[in-house]
Write a protein that binds this ligand. Structure first.
Ligand code: ACM
Ligand code: ZN
Length: 445
């Protein structure tokens, strides 16, 4: 089925009463308006990022999420598979990645830094067979899955599995404010210094950029990951990688000297460029968070602009492709109401529906030539504070609907008032489809 036909069917669905979603046959006659619709998307990249590392979501939910991406005529799932708190994809050459790295011995309770540790072993992972099944499922819905394998930061789970990946394999993992589980504390006392992270945030213990063994490991991992995903892109992360360990690591310092790099930021650039070369050699392109601009952009990299629009603007001006996902408009882990006391715990911020809807992914700073490098935009669902499927849905919907218009409809034809009216109908469909959604938009009706 062509993509156009798939989207035409989604449109037909939208023209029918929400009750048709229930899957049961309807007694009443079905009538739809006689209309001619000529339609096409504004942007080629219309994405959602799901973080399955902070909390794990089963195959069934990932498929439901893909269905909903397609319902909204979006076309990309950016699948955040590796983190400090878990490694979620089976790698046959490195079984400890999932044996050790897919499980943590506890999780902080409450907002970072937390009030205590829940002392519960938590985890899960996707086998390669499950990944293949999900990718095939997505492909039927014309949704491309981009896997993210984070480097050089956010790698504590991989380091717990293979401590040599750290600059300092003997240095114990620390959990901020001493919030470590008793089980991990015992492990450390009995000679296992590295543990899977149990708190959130940015960790100093990153992959060593000096040792050859780090690169060999990452290449081996990519050798297994790449064949599973037909996507043109592999996301290599690149965000939030502190330089503290690299500054005092003899291997990293030797690398800086040998490669005639000026500082640790250029080592980050060396790291990313070296991995890009490897990935390009396999016929794929890299995407990285906007920190990959530090110390010089890898030649063919696409930049995902998250710390506002600045990184995206800079990359487009350098004639690199850009995907916009600024916290200010696209972080669906932010609160949806200022009345946070009456909201489920979230990371912070404030991103109401209307603000998502108001977004224009083309920054004013770009001229016509540079605009072409903006491929589209993406909503990011980081799950530190989303433990359940319902919670993910509550944070995602209806903000995904607002974003879907941002990336689909021409800027001049968008109207918040019109969207609000149509959202009422969409909400009925959400209800029948058993999707949790935030109802703040109804309050001012
Ligand atoms: C990010 O939110 N650290 C990309
Ligand atoms: Zn190092």
């Amino acid at each position: 089925m062509s993509t156009g036909v798939l989207y035409a069917i989604q449109t037909l669905r939208q023209l029918m009463p929400p009750a048709i979603e229930s899957g049961t046959s309807l007694e009443a006659e079905l009538s739809i308006p006689a209309v001619v619709i000529k339609d096409e998307p504004r942007f080629a990249y219309r994405g959602m990022m799901l973080d399955v590392s902070r909390h794990f979501f089963p195959v069934s939910f990932v498929k439901k999420y893909i269905d909903l991406i397609a319902l909204h005529k979006m076309n990309t799932l950016h699948w955040h598979l590796t983190e400090d708190q878990a490694w979620r994809i089976e790698i046959k050459k490195y079984p400890r990645l999932t044996e050790v790295g897919a499980f943590r011995n506890g999780t902080i309770i409450g907002h970072h830094p937390g009030t205590a540790n829940d002392q519960e072993v938590y985890g899960g992972f996707y086998t390669q067979e499950e990944v293949k099944d999900i990718v095939a499922y997505a492909s039927k819905q014309h949704v491309t899955i981009i896997p993210e394998i984070e480097m050089p930061g956010h790698g504590a789970a991989a380091i717990a599995a293979y401590p040599y990946l750290s600059c300092f394999p003997e240095e114990p993992t620390s959990v901020f404010n001493d919030m470590m589980s008793d089980k991990s504390r015992e492990l450390q006392q009995s000679g296992t210094p590295k543990i899977v992270q149990e708190t959130w945030g940015v960790m100093d213990d990153v992959f060593c950029g000096g040792k050859e063994s780090t690169f060999a490991f990452l290449q081996d991992v990519l050798d297994e990951v790449i064949p599973l995903f037909p996507s043109k892109y592999v996301h290599i992360g690149g965000d939030e990688s502190p330089k503290a360990n690299w500054e005092r690591c003899p291997n990293c310092q030797a690398r800086i000297k040998k490669e005639k790099l000026n500082d640790e930021h250029e080592l980050q650039s060396y790291f990313v460029q070296r991995m890009e070369k490897y990935i390009n050699g396999k016929g794929k392109q890299i995407i990285g968070w906007d920190e990959i601009l530090e110390g010089g952009l890898a030649p063919n990299a696409t930049v995902m602009s998250w710390r506002g629009e600045k990184g995206g603007i800079e990359a487009a001006k350098q004639h690199h492709d850009v995907i916009m996902t600024p916290t200010t408009y696209n972080y669906f882990d932010y609160y949806q109401s200022e009345d946070t006391e009456n909201e489920p715990l979230a990371i912070g911020g404030f991103l109401p529906l209307e603000k998502v809807y108001s977004y224009n992914p083309i920054p004013e700073e770009l001229d016509k030539e540079e605009e072409r490098f903006v491929l589209g935009a993406q909503g990011n669902v980081w799950t530190e504070y989303m433990k359940t499927e319902d919670q993910v849905e509550y944070m995602t919907f209806p903000r995904m609907a607002a974003l879907s218009e941002v990336v689909w409809s021409p800027q001049e034809s968008r109207s918040w008032e019109d969207f609000k009216e149509r959202l009422e109908h969409l909400a009925k469909r959400y209800y029948v489809l058993d999707i949790e959604y935030a109802k703040h938009f109804m309050e001012n009706w």
